[in-house]
Design a protein around this ligand. Structure first.
Ligand SMILES: [Zn+2]
Length: 105
């Protein structure tokens, strides 16, 4: 399952893979289009689960070829239980995503 192009979610215009985030025609957001023919969902899931603990486990799905020379390992930041905040807000349970654990804080 390889990324093939970028596609506008609004007008469906196609763009080559690259660092583009919006459609030049309608300013709609671009999403990655993948070649899915012949893909084995169970094998894809196994490969992701066996990958690193960060975003690079999804490298096959990112819209570029080649991995950075010295990549940071962002992603999969921890959830932290916040009992005192939950009590103050009057809710039973609250978890906070600690994105400060990313390499860029
Ligand atoms: Zn568009």
């Amino acid at each position: 399952m390889a990324p093939t192009s970028l596609s506008c979610k609004e007008c469906k215009a196609e763009y080559p893979l690259g660092a583009s985030y919006f459609c030049e025609a309608c300013f709609g957001p671009l999403e990655v289009t993948y070649e899915t023919a012949g893909s084995d969902a169970a094998e894809i899931k196994r490969k992701i689960q066996a990958g690193s603990a960060g975003i690079w486990r999804y490298a096959d799905f990112l819209p570029f070829t080649g991995r950075p020379k010295d990549p940071l390992e962002p992603g999969l930041t921890p959830l932290v239980r916040a009992d005192r905040l939950a009590e103050r807000l009057g809710i039973g349970e609250l978890w906070v995503k600690n994105d400060a654990a990313n390499p860029t804080h």
